[in-house]
Design a protein around this ligand. Sequence first.
Ligand code: IPM
Ligand code: MG
Length: 354
Amino acid sequence: MKIAVIRGDGIGKEIVGEALKVLNAVSKKYKVNFNLNEVLLGGIAIDKTGGPIPQETIDVCKASDAVLLGAVGGPKWDNIPSNLRPEIGLLGIRKALGVFANLRPAILFPQLKEASNLKPEVLGDGLNIMIVRELIGGAYFGEKKRIDIPGGQKAWDTLSYSTPEIDRIARKAFEIAGQRGKKLTLVDKANVLESSRLWRETVTEIGKEYKNIDLQYMYVDNASMQLIRDPKQFDVIVTENTFGDILSDEASMLTGSLGMLPSASVGDGKVGIYEPIHGSAPDIAGQDKANPIATIMSVAMMLRYSFNMNEAADDIENAVSKVLDKGYRTPDIMREGKQLVGTVKMGDLIAESI
Ligand code: IPM
Ligand code: MG
């Protein structure tokens, strides 16, 4: 099993280091070999090769079975031309691998109930939402431009979707809903945006093939409110790229911290990308403060979706749960009476527990 490893920038290096520790523990326990290949992406690639996404990175990723990715970006690269920014590397590798479906599960560990900003009665006995975010279309990839006009400048980004692009992500979302609570909520802005209206028509049409799934529609402004008011009403959410980016950050806070949410990006091809939903957090980089759990849980998703190693994936999730049970907390989820640990210690504890 070949894995391309991209540490990236900021806390990316540290959290991927801890995830590899955990992968190593799995490798020993199950006597399987993971063939790791480290490649550059983002700011570090700009510094070392002059661009955010070297051809070698694309080649190695395409020749792998899965990609494990930390995070990219940082203030150091904020003032370079927009077509050379670190984020272009991230978007580029998603596009190159054709991973159109980004699965972002927001699961609340009962141990972290008190770390969530919501009242216990709103969270009930747990929370398990799956956000299915379209990942290689919409405003992120549409035509963008800036021109000079009298009085200043004008800039635009284009949000467009085609029927086939909506069709394939919708099917993915219906399939996932079928394996879970059988409820799918399409989040859009169909009262204003034409692209959203095409989403609604297309998803409704496909819904006729999935009669066992309860399909609901919700405007994105309402959805962002409902996530806080009554998150338990959601099972699977499917939505376009930008809305999914925003709503998944919001959903992460229901579970206590942005540092807890893993993700899997999959397409029709064989290579999946596994990465935490958070960014490179330059403000805490190199200080042993970052929570590695989102990346470690991304490894669990990799084992499950790319390698069919469900038992090993369970092991990782149980190990995280056990370590939380024992009271260990990184700063982002720290509460009174708990034991504060750093990035490395958290990784060690989870790996040992496997
Ligand atoms: C994410 C991140 C990225 C995105 C950024 C870093 C480009 O916020 O994975 O959610 O917007 O997709
Ligand atoms: Mg984001």
